[in-house]
Design a protein around this ligand. Structure first.
Ligand SMILES: Nc1ncnc2c1ncn2[C@@H]1O[C@H](COP(=O)(O)OP(=O)(O)OP(=O)(O)O)[C@@H](O)[C@H]1O
Ligand SMILES: [Mg+2]
Length: 327
């Protein structure tokens, strides 16, 4: 349904997207994951014909975004990072306006507006001014305008950003309910978002493709390793950070040791395990055997950045490329 081949997008000197290729099949929900500045929005803007690619080829339902933008736009609903809402319009007035712009015949307009207000749970605010809506409701109106012409493909740029937990759950449910009929790409920098809503995940980092995998595979990879925060007392400069780091690095099953803080005679390290290895008791024993005081030892979650480092540094060769795309 969506095919991206060797897409590069430059803004003056910045290379925002650097030679990425992927495919999304019909009916799939794909999470587009990456830290700030990774190039998610830029890629989405190319897919939705808002920006031309610098090089590379992008097709949606077989139509090239540069050669046939009108055909692409008909098939795509886009929820940008900040939805283009008109604050002085009522919800229903705005949706009718967007519907007309998107070429919905006037005989169908009323029923389409009714359907999307129902589906996106904005029926109870249909006659409110958009400027008076809460952020969550605005986001839902943004979704309603994205699906009003019943597009095959939905491109959602951080659909839950800035929402409260209840609204996040509601929005996720809404997105899941849209799956099946629609092919969906949603961007986020929150891993749990992807776990909840998506089947596949595309990870980009600094404009480059870091991984394409199923969510099940990715979460298995992550669950396999643990990260431990460990604090050692270092009064009058002993032991030195380098000593502790070196010693911890020799513990079996340790992937990496990094010094996070060294203040007031305390050294704080973060230690990450290799996949499937439990390292806490060996770490504790190593510190105690060395005659150092162990102040604290606790598990910390792996951050998305850690995952990126793992995926981009150690497993680049394992990146699963879609068929027909050269690595
Ligand atoms: N209009 C622009 N002009 C120049 N540089 C830009 C422009 N838009 C984005 N960039 C740069 O391109 C890179 C990718 O930005 P992009 O907005 O695509 O990232 P993102 O993954 O969506 O990040 P975020 O999570 O913060 O939304 C960044 O380095 C950004 O500074
Ligand atoms: Mg963005």
């Amino acid at each position: 349904m969506i095919k991206v081949e060797g897409l590069t997008k430059r803004y003056a000197r910045t290379v925002a997207v650097d030679d990425i290729s992927f495919e999304v099949e019909k009916g799939q929900i794909v999470g587009f994951l990456g830290p700030n500045g990774a190039g998610k929005t830029t890629t989405m803007r190319v897919l939705t014909c808002f920006l031309p690619p610098t090089t590379g080829k992008v097709t949606v339902a077989g139509f090239d975004v540069q050669e046939n933008p009108m055909e692409v736009k008909k098939r795509i609903g886009y929820l940008p990072e900040s939805p283009p809402l008109y604050p002085e319009m009522e919800v229903i007035e705005y949706l009718r306006f967007v519907g007309k712009l998107k070429g919905i015949p006037s005989t169908e307009l009323r029923s389409r507006v009714d359907e999307v207000t129902e589906r996106c749970a904005v029926a109870d605010v249909r006659t409110r001014l958009i400027s008076k809506l809460s952020k969550g409701y605005r986001q839902r109106v943004g979704l309603a305008q994205a699906i009003i012409h019943n597009p095959d493909v939905l491109i959602l740029d951080e659909p839950t950003s800035g929402l409260d937990p209840k609204q996040i759950i509601e929005t996720r449910e809404l997105i899941r309910s849209l799956a099946g009929d629609h092919t969906i790409i949603l961007s986020t920098h929150i891993l749990s978002e992807v776990e909840h809503s998506c089947e596949r995940v595309i990870i980009i980092s600094q404009g480059k493709l870091a991984a394409i995998d199923s969510v099940a595979n990715l979460t298995n990879r992550l669950r396999g390793s643990e990260a431990v925060a460990l604090e050692v007392e270092a009064s009058s400069g002993r032991p030195s950070p380098a000593d502790v780091q070196q010693r911890l690095g020799t513990v079996s099953g340790v992937r990496s040791v990094s010094l996070k803080d060294s203040r007031n005679g305390r050294l704080v390290f973060e230690v990450e395990s290799l996949q499937g290895r439990q390292i806490r008791s060996d770490l504790a024993r190593t510190v105690v055997n060395a005659g150092w005081n162990l102040n604290e030892l606790r598990s910390v979650g792996l951050s998305l950045e850690d995952i990126f480092l793992q995926l981009t540094a150690a497993e680049q060769k394992d990146v699963e490329q879609p068929e027909g795309v050269q690595a």
